[in-house]
Design a protein around this ligand. Sequence first.
Ligand code: SF4
Length: 338
Amino acid sequence: MNPIIELKNVSMIFEKRSGIFGPVSHIGAVVDVSLEVYPGEILALVGESGCGKTTLGKIVTGLYKPTHGQLFFEGKDVYKMNKEEFDNYRNSVQMVQQDAFAALNPARTIYQSLSAPILQKKLVKNTKEAYERVCELLKIVELTPPEQFLEKYPHQLSGGQRQRVTMARAISLNPKVIVADEPVSMIDVSLRLAMLNLMASLNKSMNIAFIYITHDLSTARYIAQNGRMAVMYLGKIVEQGNVQEILSNPRHPYLQALLTAVPVPNPKIAKMKRKLPLKSLEMPSVANPPKGCRFNPRCPYADKKCEEVEPEMVKLGSGFIACHNYEKVPKWELPKAN
Ligand code: SF4
């Protein structure tokens, strides 16, 4: 199957000036990333805050034009498309952001927010059709009866309901890909599962590919249980593959550390003082990344080569890994409760 989205050696380097007349420094938020997304799949993109996941999501949706590398949509280079092709790409790849309140215009009712894009893009012929379509969208995202929500403003809804409205707006343009950036992190814990289930059902019923961006491995494992996962660290992807495969046998020391930090429901294990397999808890700055492997100051398996040479992405199982020593890294296991 051909990928619907393909990133080839993509980088996003921001310029930052210190003070008004100070020197300019360059910050590599995303560095030399190659990644494919397939039609109808769920790909979880995980990593700590500041690792470049959101920037990568914005590159995929066309909100940022990468400074280096190429982005392909359905096999076509996005930045060589004509206007019609580019408009089709922008409609087909939508983003749902973490903060649904900021994503919605506070002065517009839910009907106004949802009808404006479909009227503007001429996906409906008149206001009667727009009304019917908005009601249908609200039903799809399980805001029922729709009439109860049409005249409400964003501040009159709960966090979970607002996020459902942004999801309705994203699907209104019949997208093929949705980049969901931490979509459940700002809603009540009790409502998160329902939101994840909604995304899974949209993925199945409408064959929409999702890129689920998160720092939370538990929700990533849940939503992408039959999909793939890519792990980012300081602007680079360090391991990717089938979710079940890489989470049951993580080979990159960074992914092993992330998994060790995930809380577990077993009270005996939860009580144990699990030691993170890291030399340092400090994440280096993306403005001044370490030489060689970016993870080397924190990695317990780092050697001389790791300090000098950046590891290449190599094929491993169903996926890829970027680590010089992955064959020597011990197998990771959850500590056993006695
Ligand atoms: Fe650790 Fe070296 Fe592998 Fe980087 S390349 S993760 S420093 S062992």
